[in-house]
Each structure stands twice: as C-alpha cells, then as structure tokens.
Design a protein around this ligand. Structure first.
Ligand SMILES: [Zn+2]
Length: 257
C-alpha cells in the first residue's frame, strides 16, 4: 500500500514542539512550569534552553555556598526539575549569572538561533518583555529570543509567547520585589492548569532545593498557592501565524495540525 503524507502509512508529521528559553535554573519551574508540563503530558516535544547555571543566586542556602558549588548543585536541580515536568530535553549554555546583559548581543541571538535550527519548534516561550522580576538577565534573554525569531528561516517557527504574572500576584510581592505584571489587555493566552500539571509544577519547584525559600515566601504571600495557579498567562510577543482569537487557551491554536 502506498502511503500518503499524514496517513498511517505515510510520513508522519513531526511532533508539535515548544522551545522555552530562560535565564536561570528555576525560571522554568516558578515560571510557566504548569504549561510546560501540560504540553509534555499531551505528548508534545518540550525543550528547555537555560543560559546560566545560577551561580549568583542569593536565596536561602545559596549565599552560604561558593559560586562553583552553587552552580554544580543548580545544574543537577534543573535536571531533576526538567524530569518532573516531563521535558524532552534541557540544556544550560553556562554564561555568567547576572552578567547576560554584558554578553555580546550577536552571540546571544546566535545561541537561540542554533536552538531553533536544532529543535524546529512551532512555539517559543520566554519571559514577558518586562522580565517579570525585571532581572536584567530576563530582559536580555527576551531581546535575544525576539531577534532570533525575527531572523530565523526555520519554517515551523510560528510564535513567541512571553510568560507573565497577573497584577494580583505581583502586588503582595512589592515593595520587597519590583515585579512587572502582564497588563490585562496584553494577555493573549490563558493556559488552564489541570491538577496533574499543577502538581508537576510544584514538584519541579521542589527540585530546586537551593531556591526553595522563595516557595516558602510565595506560600506566605498567597496561602493556597494552587488558588493563584489555576492558569498561566502569556503575551503574544511575536507571530507569523495569527491567533484564531485574541485570547487563546492553547499555544498551538490555529497552527497546522
Ligand atoms: Zn530568573
């Protein structure tokens, strides 16, 4: 029997693919971890590219550890967190924590461009344009991702989503942390979190043992953390394929099946 593309006997289309690009080990977990788990659970390929090993971390036990030791531990923690989320792959570039803004712009764009060629994602996820916590590493990575998206000739690459948090989640964290919320009118995707996706997110947060005091703070601020994690929110940072609605509940909405 002759196969037709897309049929059981023909060439199957590649898996739907997400590439998440972040600055620090734990950005993926405290960030859109539920969404990453959601798509991994559906059988989609979800890859993670992290630029630093997190050696400049200052939370909890981090400040008592030498940078090399902290980097070693956080590299392991990210592996465990990625397994909890069900990711297809994760990679750390190993550039200086809190030093990304000093790295050559072209080099950063080049690293993201290489990852686009390697993984051929349909969707990219990074930070909201203001960097959520406004960490300069976050906004620097956002800039690299946007430029790599603009330049890439990889045909599959359709959209960049910037993960952000609602104003109601930012407010209790100020003035301790200068948080940037995602404005309501910028929300382009709301991904509801199932109980399992949420549990995997919490498991991935717990994998970041050296950073766990931040989870304790979140629980102090919000009490029931699940109550502020019924969904995760994204801006549409760039797009080559329009969304079918202004606000979607699926990052692949309107893309070729
Ligand atoms: Zn970060």
């Amino acid at each position: 029997m002759r196969g037709e593309p897309g049929t059981l006997f023909g060439v199957m289309r590649k898996r739907r693919t997400i590439l998440a690009v972040f600055a620090h080990p734990d950005d993926e977990a405290y960030g859109p971890g539920g969404t990453l788990a959601h798509y991994a659970m559906q059988g989609d390929a979800v890859h993670l590219l992290t630029f630093t090993r997190g050696e400049a971390g200052s939370l909890g036990v981090s400040k008592e550890l030498e940078p090399d030791e902290l980097a070693r531990l956080r590299t392991i923690e990210l592996k465990v967190a990625s397994e909890a989320l069900g990711l297809s792959s994760q990679k750390i570039v190993g550039w200086p924590d809190s030093g990304l803004a000093s790295m050559p712009f072209e080099d950063g764009v080049g690293v993201v461009g290489d990852a686009l060629r390697l993984h051929e994602p349909d969707v990219l996820i990074t930070f909201h344009r203001e960097g959520v916590s406004r960490h300069p590493d976050h906004t620097t990575v956002y800039g690299w991702v946007m430029e790599a998206f603009a330049r890439t000739d990889v045909k599959t690459v359709a959209r960049v989503y910037g993960w952000g948090i609602l104003e109601e989640l930012c407010k209790p964290q100020r003035p301790e942390r200068d948080m940037a919320s995602i404005p309501q009118d910028e929300i382009a995707a709301r991904i509801p979190l199932s109980e399992e996706a949420y549990q995997r997110k919490v498991e991935s947060i717990h994998a970041h043992v050296t950073q766990i005091t931040f989870f304790d703070r979140l629980k102090e601020w919000f009490g029931d953390y699940r109550s502020v994690n019924d969904a995760e929110y994204f801006e549409l940072a760039a797009s080559r394929v329009p969304q079918p609605q202004p606000v979607v509940d699926d990052l692949f909405a309107g893309l070729p099946a």
